[in-house]
Design a protein around this ligand. Structure first.
Ligand code: 9D3
Length: 253
């Protein structure tokens, strides 16, 4: 997989690809990386990359021409290259979409600054407009890093197949709480013990305890996941029973 990042601040993505895990994936040949500074494709003496929107309105837009020259330089529009514009108006990024993107030969990621880009760039070059969630970022760079992070770890040889398998089997429930040494931690609030059951060696009791904790956590933080999992028939009888019990305590889903 090749990631090509188009940005007015390429040093943000460069720093991410210099981190040890990404740098290792690059040196092992699992991924390739190129950053393109859009400003290098501005031709006037001030290297202008923004201007006011036609029709009025607040803020500035990225200029069409530097961006389209940068995209042409990246080879956007040629087979095997998927051009993605990170945009608050895009469709939602999900694990499912990450899996789909991980199958591509090359992703060209367009990071917007200011209020956005000229629609003609989207019409000409962009294959997907993607948002990473319902909150307002100041620019597209961090969103591109999220997309890269979620997709590259799905490539062959980055993460062990067992870890990925475990993820897909964890279907519909959040994780249980985890503990390691020391057994007793002398905190400023007093002694904090690791749950005794985890030290008991009773594997069946531990399994049941963890399942209960997962249900309680999911009910508290993501009741939408429980409702969806129930509708889809994702849970076995044991899990359904624990959900019913936990939900009755908290007055239902
Ligand atoms: C004033 C209107 N704003 C729309 C809510 C304009 C606007 C907000 C934020 C224009 C650009 C941005 C910068 N955000 C991104 O580039 C972005 C983003 C985001 O803000 N949230 C979630 N996903 C993404 S992907 C790119």
């Amino acid at each position: 997989m090749k990631y090509t990042v188009l940005s007015l601040f390429p040093e943000i993505a460069d720093a991410f690809f210099s981190t040890s895990i990404m740098a290792k994936a690059v040196s092992r040949g699992v991924i390739e990386y190129q950053s393109i500074n859009i400003r290098d494709y501005a031709l006037d003496k001030h290297k202008t990359c923004d201007d006011a929107p036609y029709g009025g309105g607040a803020g500035m837009l990225m200029l069409l021409e530097p961006l389209s020259r940068a995209l042409a330089a990246a080879g956007a529009g040629t087979p095997g290259k998927r051009a993605i514009y990170l945009s608050p108006s895009g469709r939602m990024f999900t694990q499912e979409l990450a899996k789909e993107l991980a199958k591509e030969q090359e992703l060209i990621l367009i990071c917007g600054r200011y209020e956005g880009i000229d629609q003609r760039v989207i019409d000409l070059y962009v294959d997907d407009e993607i948002s990473i969630g319902d909150y307002v970022l100041s620019s597209g760079e961090t969103a591109a890093l999220v997309l890269i992070d979620a997709s590259y770890r799905l490539l062959d040889g980055v993460i062990s197949p067992e870890s990925l398998n475990e993820e897909s089997f964890s279907g519909g429930l959040l994780e249980y709480p985890q503990y390691t040494r020391p057994e007793i931690y002398d905190s400023i609030q007093g002694e904090m013990r690791a749950p005794e059951i985890l030290l008991s060696g009773h594997h069946e009791n531990i399994r049941r305890w963890r399942l209960k904790k997962r249900v309680e956590k999911t009910l508290a933080n993501r009741p939408d996941l429980l409702r969806r999992g129930m509708e889809k028939g994702l849970f076995d009888d044991e899990t359904c029973k624990i959900i019913d019990e936990a939900a009755s305590v908290t007055e239902g889903l």
